[in-house]
Design a protein around this ligand. Structure first.
Ligand code: AQP
Length: 327
């Protein structure tokens, strides 16, 4: 069975962008692949995190995976930091990564823009991400559009290692959804929806109450027209809202256009908010139950063991190939 690896950083509380671009697909993929899904906490600390918040956010991501339907009987769910091989292979691959490659990464440029002191970890983030994927010889990596460039680098590093030290790593493919791969901010459709955006009005958090969701959607920026039409270049804001609608209802963009023809933005936004609530409310109820029960902690303990069992032999092989003395 083919392997899938993906993860989300516990760098805040997850958004609808994380759900549509990642978690929704995690649930689908576990039916056909062997999947490993992690909380990428080693990645989260590439920007400063308060220790208490990091712990809370890590638990929250685990509970959201489970509440959304990631099934620990089918998928391995684990904390990245609980499997030591990630950090170790991350370092080994950092030594094979060129500065110029890292300098070209748009995520680094975006996240470091305007900051005075930038941690070196933010710069070497893609090498650690490559380690996450290659450690399990993942065939498929479900990610949003924003991670495509990092995945390309992972393939380059795998190829570089294989050429230099012998065939070791599988070159992974991205699994990028056709609609919803890049959900944009509600206040600025030129930026992607992000959990660390300081303006909560820019995103729908998966744990937002129904009233907050309705308010945020009604305030979402739209152009001055009234036609519900999918045209990302001319109407990026409405097109973004339509992508959300389409992915949550499985309706085609053409059907949505036909449904709201001549009705204007008001009814469209109202119905969109209700569709989001219909998906998130049951998820939130399950989330509360899971968190209260502590079930997620058992899942994480078991998941760390299962992941380490796969990761350790690969790390041993990599070290052997690179010439580390075996004692
Ligand atoms: N807006 C988005 N649309 C579609 N997919 C998205 N993803 C994130 N935002 C969107 C996908 O979610 C997964 C986890 O992302 P991550 O938390 O590891 O890093 P990120 O891409 O940097 O996510 P955020 O929410 O923007 O986090 P912060 O604000 O902390 O940087 C990935 O598969 C990503 O593609």
């Amino acid at each position: 069975m083919k392997q899938v690896l993906s993860g989300i950083q516990p760098s805040g509380f997850l958004t609808l962008g994380n759900y549509i671009g990642a978690i929704k697909n995690y649930v689908l993929l576990q039916e056909s692949y062997h999947c490993l899904y992690m909380m990428a906490d080693l990645h989260a600390i590439t920007v400063p995190q308060e220790p208490a918040a990091l712990r809370e956010q890590s638990e929250s991501v685990a509970c959201l995976y489970l509440a959304a339907g990631v099934d620990p009987e089918k998928s391995t769910i684990f904390l990245q930091s609980a499997v030591h091989a990630h950090a170790e292979l991350g370092w080994l691959l950092t030594t094979l990564t060129y500065m110029g490659e890292l300098e070209r990464m748009t995520q680094f440029k975006d996240k470091s823009a305007g900051k005075e002191s930038i941690g070196a970890g933010l710069f070497t983030y893609p090498s650690l991400m490559a380690a996450d994927i290659l450690l399990y010889n993942a065939d498929l990596v479900p990610v949003g559009e924003d991670q495509k460039q990092h995945l390309e680098l992972t393939r380059d590093l795998a190829h570089r290692f294989n050429t230099r030290f012998g065939e070791t790593f599988t070159l992974p493919e991205g699994f990028i959804p056709q609609v919803g791969a890049r959900i944009m901010s509600l206040d600025d459709a030129s930026k992607k929806m992000s959990k660390s955006n300081p303006n909560p009005g820019s995103y729908i958090a998966l744990l937002d109450s129904p009233d907050v969701i309705r308010k945020k959607i009604s305030r979402a920026v739209t152009d001055s027209g009234r036609e519900v039409k999918y045209d990302p270049a001319a109407k990026p804001e409405v097109s973004n809202l339509m992508s959300i609608y389409a992915t949550l209802t499985n309706k085609s963009l053409a059907d949505i256009e036909a449904q709201y023809e001549g009705l204007g933005y008001g009814p469209f936004k109202k119905e969109l908010a209700e569709q989001i609530v219909a998906v998130l409310e049951p998820l939130q109820n399950r989330y509360v139950e899971i968190k209260k029960s502590g079930y997620h902690l058992d899942v994480l303990r078991k998941g760390a063991g299962q992941a380490a069992e796969k990761a350790e032999p690969m790390l041993t092989l990599v070290k052997e190939r690179m010439g580390f003395l075996k004692l």
